[in-house]
Unconditional design. Structure first.
Length: 470
């Protein structure tokens, strides 16, 4: 106990506020929410009044990137501020193929540090970082866990672990998770700061299928009614052989699933207002990665699949639509309402940022790959590097076992596949932000020079963390 108290004291900032004055933190993480698929981002068909409200009352980050564009690997990076090859989770966890693999409890994680510093902590919803008791969320600093350890779920009548026992709960999954989140808020309004992680399953497609195809249905009438007869926008309607009816059907369902998340965000915001907690509560909204629905002729994320009339095969990728997430942060009194931040941040930055928000110093004996972006949120001048390094090493049994790395600057982006020859990509983002024109085979001397320079920087980024290819 003495050692724990010494450790806690070491991570508190000198002159920082007393425990009772520290901000509450609610971090809402959706699953598969694309950065283009909400109102404030300009999508004409999305209906997200509560996300849009958070943007008006806080900051929207337009260039927040994940470390890997699939569930488990991204969530591990968020928790640890370490790259996927460092955590050993480089792809999504499959309980059928790897039942014992999960996040190493010995790795430092920010919920554990917050708990040690006096925060009440809870995770409500999706974990997907290991199903064994050794990898249970309570081993990582969460005082309370209600949700599901695995990744595959359903939009209705889910199996939920409550008080250590898994049970079937009747109702819509986002509503059920929010019910438990609101119960946590009700029970923790005594002035002691809390950190609530609310991880929705939506807008991930259901594990089950309808008519032998993936679906987001069933959805409640409140969420799907306005989209049922919608003729939605198709991002690249001229893509060769694009299955437009399928894109439109999926888009309708997908937007309905996003609406279910948004409606429940509204319930959380209302609870904060009712309990007079909003003024001292940081509300964060993001997703574990981005998403494609017709973009580049695929649907899904980093382990994408073609959505063509004659092809539903695999298309692993590191396109920005897979890497970029919707990211919104509201902190009254600290973040100017209506702020839009275009600087590049990554999921590796959440660990040090949340610590600084909580008035805690960055531990000197812990390796963190990220940096705090709180100065950006507060409008302070700071030296900031907008370059981004990304990994995606697929398991050998997944799709074509791609071993992808990308190095991205605000102007250029290089993608390498070290396992499959001839799959490299190079984009001039300054003129081609949608990544439609692959320049990797260009013989233009200037382009070749840029490619060589980016490859050198990519190799140095890999060497800095001991990242080796297959």
């Amino acid at each position: 106990m003495l050692r724990l108290l010494i450790a806690v004291g070491a991570i508190l900032v000198v002159g920082s506020p007393l425990l009772a004055e520290r901000p509450n933190i609610i971090m809402i993480v959706a699953d598969d929410h694309a950065p283009w698929a909400f109102g404030a981002a300009g999508h004409p068909d999305a209906r997200t009044p509560n996300m849009d409200r958070l943007c008006r009352e806080g900051a929207r980050l337009t260039n927040c990137f994940v470390a890997t564009p699939v569930c488990s690997a991204s969530r591990a990076a968020l928790m640890t501020s370490r790259y996927p090859t460092e955590t050993g989770i480089t792809d999504y966890l499959s309980p059928e193929r790897m039942p014992d693999l999960g996040l190493d409890p010995a790795l430092p994680v920010w919920p554990r540090l917050l708990s040690a510093a006096g925060y009440r902590t809870a995770l409500i919803g999706k974990w997907h970082l290991g199903e064994t008791d050794r990898c249970h969320p309570t081993k990582f600093g969460y005082d309370l866990f209600t949700g599901f350890r695995h990744g595959g779920m359903t939009s209705q009548n889910p199996l939920v672990e409550i008080d250590g026992t898994e049970q079937r709960v009747a109702g819509w999954t986002p509503d059920i998770l929010t019910d438990h989140a609101l119960q946590f808020l009700e029970e923790n309004g005594d002035g002691r700061p809390f950190c609530l992680s609310l991880h929705f399953w939506a807008p991930h497609a259901n594990a089950h299928k309808i008519d032998n195809d993936r679906t987001w249905l069933p959805l409640s009438a409140a969420d799907f009614g306005r989209f049922r007869d919608l003729d939605p926008q198709v991002p690249q309607p001229d893509f060769p052989d694009l299955d437009i009816p399928r894109v439109k059907r999926m888009t309708r369902e997908y937007l309905g699933a996003i609406a279910s998340v948004d409606r429940n965000i509204g319930r959380v915001l209302q609870a904060l207002d009712d309990r007079k907690l909003a003024a001292n509560t940081i509300v964060i909204y993001t997703s574990d990665h981005g998403y494609n629905l017709g973009h580049h002729g695929i649907w899904h994320k980093g382990n994408g699949r073609w959505i063509l009339k004659n092809n539903r095969g695999a298309r692993p990728n590191l396109w920005d639509h897979s890497l970029r997430t919707p990211t919104i942060i509201r902190w009254p009194g600290q973040i100017q309402p209506g702020t839009v931040i275009d600087r590049c941040v990554t999921f590796l930055d959440w660990f040090p940022t949340i610590l600084e928000m909580a008035g805690m110093a960055r531990p000197k004996d812990i390796t963190l790959r990220g940096r705090s972006f709180l100065p950006l949120l507060q409008g302070k001048k700071t030296n900031w590097d907008d370059d981004v390094f990304v990994q995606y090493r697929m398991w050998d049994w997944n799709q074509n076992a791609a071993d992808l790395r990308a190095f991205r600057t605000p102007r250029w982006k290089l993608v390498r596949d070290f396992h499959n020859a001839g799959q490299d990509e190079l984009y001039y983002l300054a003129n081609d932000p949608k990544e439609l024109n692959n320049l990797t085979d260009s013989v233009d001397p200037q382009v070749m020079a840029v490619k060589a320079k980016l490859n050198d920087r990519l190799q140095k980024a890999m060497q800095a963390i001991g990242d080796t290819t297959k």
